[in-house]
Design a binder for this molecule. Structure first.
Ligand SMILES: [Zn+2]
Length: 341
């Protein structure tokens, strides 16, 4: 089968590899959709950052492996211990793997597991391939195919709500960065948690698309300084670097909170005292855990947004050129790039 293999910085190859076989607790998914997000682009441009070059403590696997951690498709084959009802179903993959034994796993904080792995990102093959084998426990059935690549970002949005120390209902929230994750988070926080969500993105086409989907948007020079929460979803965007992190504090009221989800791989420098005297707090949020998965069905019922207009599809054969390379020169033109495998 065709698969996109990550070897290292600026070295991703489309190769023919053997079709994987599911073990007794696994399923074989005929991948229909796999999405590119900034995390994958960062790994391509500056990695390996999160991607592991050494054998993984949970899975034993190191690069090269199949990338893509936001994906789904049709369950085509099942292992001996997997219920028959899974066959033929459409499912999104929940990419987090954990040991189940450490104190964090025991406490439902699998995202903090000492040995966490992630399909398509760390320690395990992912979804930019014609087929993928994943654990039966890591699939989530969805009816709407346009949701397949949004399930993981939606879970990350649910987790960020849990990490925020502020109760979200009715609170004024600014989401900085409306790529895949920013969009999913904004939708979850607006429709499920009842926050008063505003969006800003330095990329105008992305911001325009969010506006067309019904979100309130603000141009940079229109942003007031009275937000209860600012969410930094941009992270170490090569265009903004540390700017997003520090900018967030300018837009919040005293006692406000910056929720940081976007990742940074470069040093930040700032003077803490202005934040201390205004009690502007910082919360960090990473991935998702089983508590967030338990909320997923309820969240999907509440989130009234059509993700389909955000999706642009390209064939797997063209993803290197049309996804990875294009993103460096023209990221504004797509917000959710999905490859049809
Ligand atoms: Zn663990």
């Amino acid at each position: 089968m065709k698969a996109l293999i990550y070897y290292g910085q600026r070295d991703i190859r489309l190769e023919d590899i053997p079709l994987p076989t599911p073990a007794k607790n696994e399923v074989l998914i005929n991948v229909t959709d796999a999405g590119i997000c900034q995390t994958q682009l960062n790994e391509f441009m500056e990695g390996p950052l999160i991607v592991n070059a050494e054998p993984h403590p949970l899975t034993g696997k190191a690069i090269p492996f199949v990338v893509g951690h936001e994906f789904g498709g049709i369950v085509e084959q099942i292992g001996a211990d997997v219920p028959d009802r899974c066959l033929g179903k459409q499912a999104a993959v929940l990419p987090l793997l954990s040991c189940g034994e450490c104190c964090y796993c025991q406490n439902g904080q699998e995202n903090l597991c000492d040995k966490w792995a992630y399909y398509g990102l760390i320690g395990a093959d992912g979804g930019f391939a014609e087929y993928a084998v994943v654990n039966y426990k890591n699939i989530f059935f969805v009816d709407d195919p346009s949701l397949l690549t949004f399930i993981e970002p939606i879970l990350v949005g649910i987790h960020a709500a849990a990490q925020a120390r502020t109760e979200l209902k009715g609170k004024k929230v600014l989401v900085l960065g409306v790529g895949t994750l920013g969009l999913a988070l904004a939708a979850v926080w607006k429709f499920y948690y009842g926050a008063d969500v505003y969006i800003n993105d330095i990329l105008s086409a992305r911001q325009q698309k969010a506006k067309e989907a019904g979100f309130k948007t603000l141009a940079k020079d229109e942003i007031p300084s009275d937000f209860d929460i600012v969410v930094d979803v941009a992270g170490s965007d090569p265009l903004s670097q540390q700017a997003t992190f520090m900018e967030g504090f300018e837009y919040m009221r005293k006692g406000g909170e910056l929720v940081v989800i976007g990742t940074y791989f470069h040093a930040l420098s700032f003077v803490p005292t202005p934040l201390i005297v205004a009690e502007k707090n910082i919360s960090f949020s990473f991935a998702y855990n089983s508590r967030d998965v338990a909320q997923l069905a309820g969240v999907l019922d509440a989130v009234k947004i059509d993700f389909a207009p955000f999706i642009e599809t390209v064939p797997l054969e063209n993803i290197i050129e049309m996804g990875y390379f294009r993103s460096e020169v023209d990221r504004d033109s797509f917000s959710r790039l999905v490859t049809k495998c």
